[in-house]
Design a protein around this ligand. Structure first.
Ligand code: ADP
Length: 234
């Protein structure tokens, strides 16, 4: 598989002087295209900071990140915005749907900025919501709203799917449905997928598990037999 991201000596400080927080410290590893990587570690260990830099939402303090040979860490905000729009789908803990738009309309918003998007109906079918396309967010359960957010993220067929605690607000049954949708999309579309979780059990579905502590990578484990979401319990 070709390399998707190459990350070298990545360091991120927030603030300066005696109040500076070192959120990431000399993080180095490569991510192959199509991998499903789980980022685990305690709260505050730097997982979201890494995701935000890979997604072009934040700037590194030092070090280098390249995506398919383009150096993200050398890009200005305008170039990062173009990168993000073209290549990256985000899923956050809270679904951030627009309440006055239906599921279909929420997905359509992202399709407008994409080159070759899936139809909203196809994206919603992939997450099992064909019957709920014309419902508003308030008419959907938390798990269904998160699946609309997944459909919205994948509608532009992103090369990269970045998920920050995607099941953090969900119970086990609905969380498994969301993780099933993510793993299916990773399998079908080969989107390079990174999932931040503080939950060690969810991490078992990854093909690699990267453990963070205090802004450092502690271990990178290759998982020869990733678990199916339905086998997970948390
Ligand atoms: P995690 O995702 O593992 O919970 P984060 O990447 O969110 O960790 O945070 C890493 C560290 O950086 C924490 O100490 C956090 O308080 C700090 N941090 C994150 N974002 C900011 C910010 N915008 N300003 C200042 N400190 C921040």
């Amino acid at each position: 598989m070709p390399i998707s991201f190459s990350i070298k000596g990545l360091t991120k400080l927030y603030g300066s002087g005696t109040t500076a927080v070192r959120a990431l410290s000399d993080v180095t590893f490569d991510i192959q295209a199509g991998e499903l990587i789980m980022l685990v570690g305690p709260s505050g260990s730097g997982k979201s900071t890494l995701l935000n830099i890979l997604g072009g939402l934040d700037h590194a303090t030092s070090g280098e990140v390249t995506f398919q040979g383009q150096t993200l860490t050398a890009m200005n905000d305008r170039a990062l915005t173009a990168y993000r729009r073209k290549h990256v789908g985000f899923i956050f803990q809270f679904y951030n749907l627009i309440p006055s738009l239906t599921a279909r309309e929420n997905v359509d918003l992202v399709r407008e900025i994409a080159d070759n998007p899936l139809s909203a109906a196809d994206a919603l079918a992939l997450v099992g919501l064909t019957g709920r396309m014309d419902h508003f967010p308030a008419q959907l359960s938390g798990g269904e709203q998160q699946r609309v957010a997944v459909a919205r993220a994948i509608a532009k067929r992103p090369a990269i799917l970045l998920c920050d605690e995607p099941t953090g607000a969900l119970d086990l049954t609905t969380g498994v449905q969301v993780l099933d949708a993510l793993s299916e999309i990773n399998r079908l579309y080969k989107s390079t997928t990174l999932v931040v979780t503080h939950n060690a059990d969810i991490a078992r579905m990854g093909s690699r598990i990267v453990k963070f502590a205090d802004g450092h990578i502690r271990t990178i484990e290759t998982n020869a037999s990733p678990a199916k979401p339905s086998e997970l319990v948390w």
